[in-house]
Design a protein around this ligand. Structure first.
Ligand code: FPP
Ligand code: MG
Length: 306
């Protein structure tokens, strides 16, 4: 075999850092354009304050990556990717409210209600929730309408009482209870964090026109990284500083929340997160080198510091 033949057979090693930087800037620009200022300015300012506060943009990047894995492109997926970040942002605005976690800092900045007041923060969350669905249904181009509808249904289900809302309810009800089981904790994580992450990945696949078997594999991948993501979140709440996290560290202990480190210990939690990431990556092996971005994103989840 000649060296040029060898070069075409060896898949190039995937560099996550430039990939993330490139996607993050695409997503930032798309979010900025998706939600322009309008009347009444105060509410748009408040929605834009949280939506454009930075962050890893992991969810929209997952949507784009899974769309590309199944033969779609970033343009087709971008409106759906933006909708994912809008839902994520609104859930954090509401999560930070005094009635819930009562947090002062998010993404290194004052929380929405600290700047705009509780009334505006509730409405900013409501506005982002409604706009996410309007935007993905209206601004998605080059995609058959039945796929868009299927993605809207998937995301609506993931956001409601059977998903994010349900997970947050059980989380709030479990606070301060000494006897929360691993099963309840798994429910909280699968719904509060996992449902939206799964929807990001699966909706990217739906937009690309993936077959049921592809969507099943993407769902497996996403459920595993979703749980790993939350276990790492629990670990970072203990090991990282508030500066690293851009939000208050040590909140779980303070609120007497059930967490993986509390129930299983630090070492076992770390081992489980690693095992989940490895299972997630395996479910995409069938796609060969095309799965490298999603597999590298899975690794990133366990090595991140914020
Ligand atoms: C952060 O968890 C909170 C969430 C991941 C979701 C919260 C969900 C809601 C408030 C329901 C939103 C409503 C709709 C309709 C989607 P955390 O408190 O463990 O993490 P943190 O330390 O980052 O605050
Ligand atoms: Mg919180």
């Amino acid at each position: 075999m000649t060296s040029s033949q060898k070069a075409t057979l060896t898949p190039p090693t995937f560099e996550l850092k430039p990939y993330l930087l490139d996607r993050q800037s695409q997503v930032e620009a798309a979010l900025d354009a998706a939600l322009p200022m309008a009347y009444p300015e105060h509410i748009y300012e408040s929605m834009r304050y949280s939506l454009l506060a930075g962050g890893k943009r992991l969810r929209p990047i997952l949507t784009i990556a899974s769309c590309e894995l199944l033969g779609g492109n970033s343009q087709m997926a971008m409106a759906t990717a933006c909708a994912m970040e809008m839902i994520h942002t609104m859930s954090l605005i509401h999560d930070d409210l005094p009635a819930m976690d009562n947090d002062d800092y998010r993404r290194g900045k004052l929380t929405n209600h600290k700047v705009y007041g509780e009334d505006m923060a509730i409405l900013a969350g409501d506005g982002l929730l409604a706009y996410a669905f309007e935007y993905m249904a209206r601004a998605t181009t080059g995609v058959p309408i039945d796929r868009i509808l299927q993605a809207v249904i998937h995301l609506a289900k993931a956001s409601g009482a059977g998903g994010l809302v349900g997970g947050q309810v059980v989380d709030l009800q479990s606070e301060g209870k000494p006897d929360v089981t691993l099963e309840t904790l798994a429910y909280i994580h699968a719904h509060k964090t996992g449902a939206l992450l799964e929807s990001c990945v699966v909706c990217g696949g739906i937009i690309a026109g993936g077959a049921p078997v592809d969507l099943q594999r993407l769902s497996q991948y996403a459920q595993n990284i979703g749980l790993a993501f939350q276990i790492i979140d629990d670990i970072l709440d203990i090991t990282a500083t508030s500066e690293e996290l851009g939000k208050s560290a040590g909140k779980d202990l303070q609120a007497e929340k059930a967490t993986y480190p509390k129930l299983l210990g630090m070492e076992e939690s770390q081992r489980r997160a690693q095992e989940l990431v490895s299972t997630a990556k395996d479910s995409l092996n069938v796609y060969g080198a095309a799965a490298q971005p999603l597999q590298a994103l899975a690794d990133f989840i366990t090595t991140r510091r914020n």
